[in-house]
Ligand binder design. Sequence first.
Ligand code: C2E
Ligand code: MG
Ligand code: MG
Ligand code: MG
Length: 284
Amino acid sequence: KAKNEGRSTYHFFESGMDAAIQKRRTIEAGLRLALAKGELRLVFQPLVGLKENRITCLEALLRWDTADRGTISPTEFIPIAEETGLIVQIGEWVLREACRTAASWPSGVRVAVNLSPVQFKNKRLFETVEAALRDTGLPPTRLELEITESLLLSDNEPTLKTLHKLRALGVRISMDDFGTGYSSLSYLRSFPFDKIKIDRSFMRDLKSKGDSLAIIKAVIGLGQSLGMSTTAEGIETEEQLAAVRDQGCNEVQGFLFSPPIGAQAVADMLAEEMANRPKLRRVS
Ligand code: C2E
Ligand code: MG
Ligand code: MG
Ligand code: MG
């Protein structure tokens, strides 16, 4: 009996692996054609400045609309795009599309683009960013690049050099999902980030775990001493907003203000905000 159970467990595991590999292959094959087929699109989520009381930036987030499997989440396909190297081509499209869209926004509004560590391995990243800015006419100071902690793990020197060159151009560099990686603190020492985005897991636990508030408070304080601005991700409730505001957080992002929305909805939102300045209803 025990032998049989062992067997079926093994078979179950094996077919589970098959399904995962099969799914991965399907995604990979589809992803190779996605750009050419026009299946990729960007949505944008507002970042709201608490002092400015307005939208200061919008983060570009990738969406993939497939004919047969609906819209696929970036958390599902970005890792595959990274493994296959497709992220370099896709990432360049994201960069250009984001800059092109942002060029039509009011001049005080920036756009944030997520960069994969794999894009940094490509020697031409700096030139790619420079060309996207030049071709779209977006001033470098209106572009923010979000990178995750894992980036700095791999070959530090060329990466740091690229980051410094981008920064010298006027582009801002943000550390994304701060607090989720291994050595967040040492990264803050190795590169002068403009912005720290505190991971949304700390907001989620704000109420249940007193520790989260202590950590948020400490990170905001750290940002202040290092001259880096802080953004709280994943703000969903008024309570979370009040908590991070009380701690002196500079900027917030989350479903409380807006989910990621399409380019046309962004244009409408920014136009309405310009008309109603200086007030933004959600934050007052
Ligand atoms: P991220 O850069 O940390 O982006 C924030 C994610 O949190 C987005 O998920 C956003 O929809 C979600 N989010 C925002 N506010 C809230 C909230 O209040 N509550 C909750 N529960 N979630 C919220 P999304 O769009 O699914 O993107 C997931 C991740 O995929 C991103 O995390 C980013 O790491 C990656 N990603 C997305 N677009 C790109 C891209 O163009 N290039 C690269 N390299 N990565 C991308
Ligand atoms: Mg991000
Ligand atoms: Mg993030
Ligand atoms: Mg995140």
